[in-house]
Write a protein that binds this ligand. Structure first.
Ligand SMILES: Cc1cc2nc3c(=O)[nH]c(=O)nc-3n(C[C@H](O)[C@H](O)[C@H](O)COP(=O)(O)O)c2cc1C
Length: 410
C-alpha cells in the first residue's frame, strides 16, 4: 500500500518551492511515492529544475499537496490555470477521493493566507476529493505548532530573498508526512471493499427543531446503514432555531432521536452534521455544539475523522453554499478530514449540484424533494465509506494519520 503523493507548487522567489520540497521529503519519509512538480508561469522564466505539472499528476496521485503563493488574497493565476486544466478529468469523474492539503505564503501576516488555502479546498471539493488542514491541536503538534497557527493548512511569511524559517520547513515536512498517511488510508476510497459491508460507526447530528433537516438526516443515516454501518442519529436540542416548516414534526412520524453528546462524536468513525442555514452560516445550536467539543489544548474528538454536512435554506441561494463552507472552516479547525459529496453521483446534479454538501431550499416545499433525499442518502453512504477508510487509527488525535498502516493493529 504505497500511497502516491503529488506536490504541486508555483514559486517565483523560492518560498513555495522550499515548502514544497520539505513536504515532498515528509511524504517520502512516510513511504510514499512522490512527484514534486511546478506549475508553468507565463510571466516568469522557469527558475527551477522540477518538471512541469499537468492534470495527469492529479489523476496519478492518491494525495496532493497544493502549494500556491497568495496573490491578491487568492491563489496565483498560474496556479489557478493549473487547477482549471483538470476540468476534462473532472468531467469524467476521475478526480474523486484524493486527499488534499494546502500550503501558501504571503508578505503580510493577514494578507490573504486563509483565503488562499480555502480557495484551494473549494476546487478539491468540486473534484469530490477530501481536504486535510493543519487543525489546531496546539504547540506540541508538529504541523500547527509551527508556522502561523493556521488551521486550514500551512501558511508562512514570504521574505524578499525567498528564504523560509527552519520551523516552517519542519511543519511542511510534517504536513507532507501526515498527508501521505491519510492518502494511504483513503486509497480506493468511495468504493466499498470488494464483497464486504463496511465496518464503521457513524453519527448523524441534526438540529431538533427543523423538520426538513431531520428528514435529510434520516435519509443520510439510512444510506450509511444500507452499507452495514452502525449509525447513531442524534438531535441537537437547545434554543436558537425557530420552527419554520409546516411539517407535523417527529410526533407525527418517527420518534425523536436521542439528544447528542460529545461521546457520540468520540464514538464515531465518521460524523455528519445537518442544520438550517441562518444568515449564511449553520444555525447557532450546531456551532455551539462544535465549539463545545474542542478541548483547551490538544486534539478534539473530530481530529483525523471524516466529517461533512448538509443544510436547509429558505431560498435556493440563501446560504446553501456559504453555510456549508463556513461549517467546513470549523471542521478544519477541529482537525477533521472534510469529505464533501463533490459530483460523485448523478443525484448530486439532480438535487441542484451542490458539491459541498446536500442542500434543500424550502422555496421548493418544506418536504425535501426526492432529489434532495437521494442526495442525502448518497452522502450518508459516502461518509460511511470514508469512515471505513480512515478508521484504522491507533489512537485518536494529532499524528494518528502519520502512523504507517503496517504498524497498526487495525
Ligand atoms: C501579483 C502579486 C500579488 C500579491 N498579493 C499579495 C497579497 O494579496 N497579500 C500578501 O500578503 N502578499 C501578496 N503578494 C506577495 C506574495 O504572496 C509573495 O511574493 C509570495 O508568496 C512569494 O512566494 P515565492 O517566493 O514562492 O514566489 C503578492 C505578490 C504578487 C507578485
Amino acid at each position: 500500500m504505497t500511497p502516491r503523493v503529488a506536490v504541486v507548487y508555483h514559486s517565483r522567489r523560492g518560498t513555495m518551492r522550499a515548502l514544497a520540497g520539505a513536504a515532498a521529503a515528509g511524504a517520502q519519509a512516510y513511504g510514499a511515492q512522490v512527484r514534486l512538480v511546478q506549475v508553468a508561469d507565463d510571466q516568469a522564466a522557469p527558475a527551477w529544475p522540477e518538471e512541469e505539472a499537468g492534470p495527469e499528476d492529479v489523476l496519478w496521485a492518491d494525495g496532493l499537496v497544493l502549494a500556491s503563493p497568495t496573490y491578491f488574497g487568492s491563489v496565483s493565476a498560474p496556479f489557478k490555470r493549473f487547477l482549471d486544466s483538470t476540468s476534462k478529468l473532472w468531467c469524467d469523474g476521475l478526480l474523486t477521493d484524493r486527499v488534499v492539503t494546502g500550503m501558501t505564503a504571503s508578505t503580510c501576516l493577514h494578507g490573504g493566507r486563509e483565503a488562499t488555502l480555502l480557495t484551494l479546498y473549494q476546487t478539491a471539493h468540486h473534484w469530490g476529493s477530501w481536504t486535510l488542514g493543519a487543525g489546531s491541536a496546539g504547540p506540541g503538534d508538529p504541523v500547527c505548532g509551527g508556522a502561523d497557527g493556521n488551521p486550514y493548512g500551512l501558511a508562512v511569511a514570504a521574505l524578499r530573498d525567498g528564504s523560509v524559517a527552519e520551523d516552517d520547513l519542519a511543519a511542511a515536512w510534517a504536513l507532507g508526512r501526515r498527508l501521505a498517511g491519510a492518502a494511504a488510508r483513503a486509497q480506493g476510497g468511495g468504493r466499498p471493499a470488494p464483497g464486504g459491508a463496511v465496518r464503521v460507526r457513524m453519527t448523524v447530528v441534526h438540529c431538533a427543531e427543523d423538520e426538513t433537516v431531520r428528514l435529510l438526516a434520516q435519509e443520510c443515516a439510512a444510506g450509511a446503514r444500507e452499507l452495514g454501518a452502525e449509525v447513531r442519529l442524534r438531535r441537537l436540542a437547545g434554543p436558537g432555531v425557530r420552527r419554520e416548516s409546516g411539517l407535523p414534526g417527529p410526533a407525527g412520524g418517527a420518534p425523536p432521536a436521542a439528544a447528542v453528546g460529545p461521546g457520540d462524536v468520540a464514538w464515531a468513525d465518521s460524523v455528519v452534521f445537518g442544520a438550517p442555514a441562518r444568515a449564511g452560516a449553520v444555525a447557532a445550536p450546531l456551532l455551539g455544539f462544535l465549539q463545545s467539543l474542542e478541548p483547551p489544548a490538544g486534539p478534539g474528538p473530530l481530529a483525523g475523522k471524516p466529517a461533512g454536512g448538509f443544510v436547509a435554506t429558505a431560498r435556493a441561494h440563501a446560504g446553501s453554499e456559504s453555510a456549508l463552507l463556513s461549517l467546513h472552516h470549523v471542521l478544519h479547525h477541529s482537525g477533521a478530514v472534510v469529505v464533501p459529496p463533490g459530483y460523485t453521483d448523478p443525484v448530486v446534479f439532480e438535487a441542484g449540484g451542490n458539491p459541498y454538501g446536500t442542500s434543500h431550499a424550502r422555496s421548493a416545499g418544506d418536504l425535501p424533494t426526492v432529489q434532495a433525499l437521494a442526495a442525502a442518502r448518497h452522502q450518508g453512504r459516502r461518509m460511511a465509506l470514508a469512515g471505513d477508510r480512515l478508521r484504522r487509527r491507533p489512537a485518536p488525535g494529532a499524528g494518528a494519520l502519520d502512523t504507517p498502516l503496517e504498524k497498526e493493529s487495525t
